[in-house]
Design a protein. Structure first.
Ligand code: XMP
Length: 502
């Protein structure tokens, strides 16, 4: 299959570029090293200054050796210019937000666009001198070098972000770049299921797979895929005691309705709670939980015997965001299903979804016949309530959070807002504050409500929930959840916050 490689220089939109390219029909990978397998490269944005000592850069050899088209975006645009003898400096003012760019529409990059297009800008530095043989093909009133090209070398750069929706013709620009690379549009989810099923059958054959399912979309879709492929798999749902209300029951029903055989529930609440006694550090919690999951799988595997594979619902961003190599993006969090794995595991991994983004997984789930309501469920982290209790996890605190969580979900569903939000959930702040209830002083925990809108969880905006909905949530929590006397609303976007608290 023809592919495009997206170099990650730590930019928040890097994954978005890959998703846009995939939506346009070409498979895209996030990469850190060049490779011959790609028919084009995109150099992403990044937070640094290209002229800084530590700035991530591609070696000069890259530009000498590269034989396929290259598109630099923002930081990538500046880096190319600087690497090839141009110059980048801080501009006179920061250019941020929607701007009008004047584009040379005879450039193949801007074919079928208007001469004036709205673009999304976010930069301070700018290219002040182009390398030899490079030509300006776009400018704004602040940035005279908003886009350039070298047609002979097939190198292009744009200071603005074609991948975000605020550049309405951004898809056309990326599609034009795809045309320049000559990539065939071979990435279609319709054929993916069949190809994956064949691949699973030929790789795994009649070997046995043990797989943990969390009840989330990812692991469920992965499990159903294995089941449809006729793989000899044994599915385990571990009841950690850290899950949402009636989760175990609901998950069991879904698997029963989908006729997935060999589905088993393992009760492990006290094991998890015991291991979490006294643990406050979020990364430690994640690692402990990850290890416990694996320990349970291995124990179950031994009991039943003869398993050779461990199935997981890992998706593409989990792989990239937690374990991977990023020299430039600092490790943000250890996702329990990746970073928590012990180094020596006696089972091989099978992760059928590890090349897909969440929206792609949802589409696959629909094709496999999973109910819409289930597919559109908000993401829920593997370590569950443990990372939504800010402090030590205890049974009493889990109960408080679970009750608050049930209320939040119900109120949001009733308001009709569920589908518009990426996630909405409460977290328990284990510091106490003073209140008054029925003329009595109270001294109890606080609940914070997190509601975010996002397209891929890489960035997120805090949601401006209507006051009456917030009021309903607050009233119900205060009245019905004992142990809480104050409800707060989180107004932090990502970045700088993350979606989860730990
Ligand atoms: P953050 O908090 O990093 O979350 O902004 C991004 C998205 O990932 C989910 N998340 C997890 N999912 N295991 C998971 O399966 C985890 O350990 C985990 N941590 C965060 C989070 O809910 C959000 O959608």
């Amino acid at each position: 299959m023809d592919k495009i490689g997206i170099f990650d220089f730590g930019g928040q939109y890097c994954h978005l570029i890959a998703r846009r390219i995939r939506d346009l029909g070409v498979y895209a990978d996030i990469i850190y090293e060049p490779s011959d397998e790609y028919k084009g490269f995109i150099l992403s944005g990044g937070p640094g200054d290209v002229y800084a000592d530590q700035a991530p850069k591609l070696s000069e050899d890259f530009f000498i050796d590269v034989r396929v088209p290259v598109l630099g975006i923002c930081y990538g645009h500046q880096m190319i210019a600087q690497a090839l003898g141009g110059k980048v400096e801080k501009g006179e003012e920061r250019e941020y937000g929607k701007k009008i760019a004047q584009l040379e529409t005879n450039s193949p990059l801007f074919a079928n666009l208007d001469k004036r297009e709205q673009v999304w800008m976010s930069h301070f530095d700018q290219v002040i001198k182009l390398p030899d043989n490079y030509r300006i093909i776009g400018k704004t009133d602040i940035c005279p070098t908003a886009a350039y090209q070298n047609l002979e070398e097939n190198v292009f750069g744009v200071q603005f972000h074609p991948e975000v929706i605020h550049t309405p013709s951004g898809d056309k620009i990326l599609d034009n770049f795809i045309k320049i690379t000559g990539c065939k549009k071979e990435w279609k989810l319709e054929g993916w299921v069949e190809t994956k099923i064949n691949q699973l059958q030929s790789e795994i054959k009649d070997k046995r797979v043990i797989m943990g399912v969390s009840g989330g979309v990812d692991s469920t879709v992965a499990a159903v895929l294995l089941s449809k492929a006729g793989i000899n798999a044994h599915f385990i749902y571990v009841d950690t005691g850290l899950m949402r209300l009636r989760e175990t029951e609901e998950v069991s029903n879904i698997f029963r309705d989908l006729a997935v055989e060999d589905f088993h529930v393992v009760e492990a609440e006290s094991e998890f709670l015991d291991d979490l006694i006294g643990i406050i550090n979020p990364e430690e919690k994640r690692k402990i939980i990850g290890r416990k999951f694996i320990e349970i799988f291995e124990r179950e595997a031994k009991k039943i015997g003869n398993f050779e594979y461990l199935g997981q619902g890992t998706i593409y961003p989990d792989r990239i965001e937690s374990a991977q190599p990023s020299k430039h993006a600092s490790i943000i969090k250890t996702h329990h299903n990746v970073g928590g794995l012990p180094e020596k595991m006696s089972l091989d991994l099978v992760e059928p979804l590890n090349e897909l983004y969440k929206d792609e997984v949802r589409r696959i789930g629909k094709m496999l016949g999973l109910p819409e309501k289930f597919i559109n469920r908000h993401p829920f982290p593997g370590p569950a309530f443990a990372i939504r209790i800010l402090g030590e996890v205890t049974k009493e605190r889990v109960k408080i959070l679970r009750n608050a969580d049930t209320i939040v979900t119900k109120v949001i569903e009733a308001s009709g807002l569920y589908k518009e939000l990426w996630q909405v959930f409460p977290a328990l702040i284990t510091a106490k504050s003073v209140g008054v209830m029925g003329d009595k002083r109270t001294y109890e925990y606080m609940i914070t409500i997190r509601a975010v809108e996002s397209i891929d969880a890489m960035t997120a905006d805090w949601s401006k929930l209507p006051y009456d909905v917030l009021e309903e949530i607050s009233n119900q929590i205060i009245n019905k959840v004992s142990g809480v006397n104050r409800v707060l609303y989180d107004i932090t976007s990502k970045p700088p916050g993350t979606i989860e608290y730990e």
